[in-house]
Design a protein around this ligand. Structure first.
Ligand code: 5GP
Length: 185
């Protein structure tokens, strides 16, 4: 079996990263998912410490100043998101495959700071499918949807920077492909 390493899973907004990751969580419990810190407000049902660490801008900036962030970025021109470093290292030391579910800017930072990391791009079957997934989710205002679609265009253009593309045609198939790629299957 290949040695467990760090895997970055990125892809455009609303491509279904969350759903694919949920499938992996349930079916491949050895995989360790990093919990990011964010300055955005929780959505209904989101739990602090499980989905994100919800922190203030001041707390976030302090974590950066203390060198606690493996990477961080301002996402959708608005809130800060970042990966707390210590827990990732602990999981890697324990020999577990680690997934960071982060944005493109974060993926680029990881490529620089951890050259052995594997970068997986989760792609939608088509642009139309991506738009309908974002609108269908119904969790963002129209203005926020428009902002996220702009981000998505830029993110889609970055596919070639990644080591491998996985198409999210069905959740189960995409999740299995990722699990095999990271040596968890
Ligand atoms: P959402 O607000 O929908 O949960 O996430 C918005 C975006 O932030 C997603 O594209 C997600 O991948 C990205 N994101 C979440 N956590 C992190 C992180 O720790 N670092 C970076 N760079 N992006 C993140």
């Amino acid at each position: 079996m290949s040695q467990p390493t760090l895997t970055v899973l990125a892809g455009p907004t609303a491509v279904g990263k969350g759903t694919v990751c949920q499938y992996i969580r349930e079916n491949y419990p050895n995989v360790w998912f990093s919990v990011s810190a964010t300055t955005r407000d929780p959505r209904p049902g989101e739990v602090d410490g499980t989905h994100y660490y919800f922190v203030s801008m001041e707390e976030f900036d302090q974590m950066i100043a203390d060198g606690q962030m493996l990477e961080y970025a301002v996402v959708h021109g608005k809130n800060k998101y970042g990966t707390p470093r210590a827990k990732v290292q602990e999981a890697l030391d324990a020999g577990r495959p680690v997934i960071l579910e982060i944005d493109l800017q974060g993926a680029r930072q990881i490529r620089e700071t951890m050259p052995d990391a594997r970068l997986i791009f989760l792609a939608p079957p088509s642009w139309d499918e991506l738009v309908s997934r974002l609108v269908g989710r119904g969790t963002e205002s129209e203005q926020e949807q428009a902002r996220r679609l702009e981000t998505a265009k830029v993110e889609l253009a970055a596919e070639k920077e990644f080591d491998v593309t996985v198409v999210n045609d069905t959740v189960e198939r995409a999740a299995k492909e990722i699990a095999e790629l990271i040596g968890a299957a």
